[in-house]
Design a protein around this ligand. Sequence first.
Ligand SMILES: [Zn+2]
Length: 261
Amino acid sequence: MSLAFATTAQNTFTFNTKTAEIVLLSEGQRVSNINNLIGLTPQIIAETAPENSVPGATNAFLIRTAGGKNVLVDTGHGRELFNNLKSVGVSPDKIDALLITHLHGDHINGLVKDGTRAFVNAKLYLSKKEYDSAGENALKILGFYSSDLILFEPGEESPDNLYEDIRSMACYGHTPGHTIFIIDNLVIWGDLIHAMAVQMPYPGVAITYDSDPKMAVESRLKMLEYIVNNQLYSAGMHLPYPAIGRVKSNGKNGYIFTPVE
Ligand SMILES: [Zn+2]
């Protein structure tokens, strides 16, 4: 089992795009087994996860925009989130907007702290399709934000302007309304990839958490191609530290991820 990620990782990391500061806010590193992956072959396992496990993490990202806005993309479990925000000098009441990729608990539980709304001054942006699929836990959490909830339709073929300089794009399949966000040349891709070591070289591998595994694979292939064609940086909610890097084709229908320094 590789501990390289856990021993060197920190919970925050800052990356600058042309106009914005992006801050990784990690709930921590983890090693996951591969039992939930769909479409593995003995050859893929031998090549990418010989110990039947892969490194991962649970992350949210803070965007500090050129316009002086503090934007949170997802909120993680909400265990380390508030310590992380404190360590970078942003108090929860200074968050102006919340952009939510999808409604799984590891992305939205941090919207609530001590049984109450954690971000009292923030608008909450969520795709209309995702809202329509909300389950009991999500509806309860979203209820705290009902007066500040903004439902939108993300761009389908190209990104649509959403908030400040941030754009949105549909990436459906992991959940019915899963949405990615783009600022400058950085994509924050939510759960486009869960098990990086496996799904980067073999993006056709799905995971049982996908509400529609086939659509999730199609969206992943389309988005990875878009990222490579547009030479974008990528940040992901389950990528190990520092969770931001470059994607390149590996020349064999798969991809290679290179973390930023
Ligand atoms: Zn997730």
